[in-house]
Design a protein around this ligand. Structure first.
Ligand code: DC
Length: 222
């Protein structure tokens, strides 16, 4: 199997940005697994399916017409990259992701993304379930307050409405569901390197993770 770097952690830790930077730096492929759950939530809502009913979500997950192309997320050929980034889409993703059969349906799809020269995989269970043999596992965390603040700034920068106390409440609700579900709960793999980004800039996190990349892949010139 091609080498894998798994980057897990709750939302708002800078995980997605970090994974994209590391993948670009190494020239490796990138898997944004959250985007799969977000696209599935969107597809389910558009079809009027209940997000809490795995028996109708599982067949949809098995046949989801999803493709990543040049940084875009295409659902049945439609560019949904922006549509899946809303807070509502994040909540819907967290709900569909709680079902064991849905996660099982998406497992092989995700594993197929590991190809040469290597894959940087970003999510909640990359190191614990999807790629348990990943050569390097990073678990990125940050306090809920700072994560909500970062999200608030992102939304404001996009000219979107944002309410900080509501964002803190949403983050706590999503964390609680992602951590307490029985199917692949959000947790650090035993052999993961823990990085707390609460007081770190993205550049500092990148340098810290690059140190680990050099340690694990000394043959790579990075
Ligand atoms: O990383 P994100 O915010 O795009 O993820 C959205 C939701 O999808 C998150 O609340 C939980 C779920 N998710 C998951 O269960 N497993 C993953 N590997 C990635 C995301």
């Amino acid at each position: 199997m091609s080498p894998v770097i798994a980057i897990d952690g709750p939302s708002g830790t800078g995980k997605g940005t970090l994974a994209a930077l590391i993948a670009r730096h190494l020239g490796w492929h990138l898997l944004d697994s959250g985007a799969i759950y977000r696209a599935l939530g969107l597809a389910a809502e558009r079809r009027g399916l209940s997000l809490d009913n795995p028996s109708s979500l599982q067949p949809l997950a098995e046949t989801l017409p999803l493709r990543f192309d040049s940084g875009k997320v295409l659902l049945a050929g439609e560019d949904v990259s922006e549509a899946i980034r809303s807070e509502a889409a994040g909540m819907a993703a967290s709900r569909v992701a709680a079902h064991t059969s849905v996660r099982a349906a998406l497992l092989q799809w995700q594993r197929c993304m590991a190809c040469e020269p290597g894959l940087v995989a970003d999510g909640r269970d990359m190191g614990s379930v999807v790629f348990p043999h990943a050569a390097l596992k990073i678990f990125l965390d940050a306090s809920p307050g700072i994560r909500a603040e970062r999200r608030y700034k992102q939304l404001m920068a996009k000219g979107l409405d944002a309410n900080l106390p509501q964002l803190v409440a949403d983050i706590r609700e999503r964390d609680a569901r992602d951590r307490s579900r029985s199917a692949a709960p959000l947790r650090a793999a035993e052999d993961a390197v823990l990085v707390d980004s609460t007081d770190m800039s993205i550049a500092e996190v990148f340098d810290r993770v690059l140190e680990e990349v050099r340690r694990v892949f000394p043959e790579l010139v990075v």
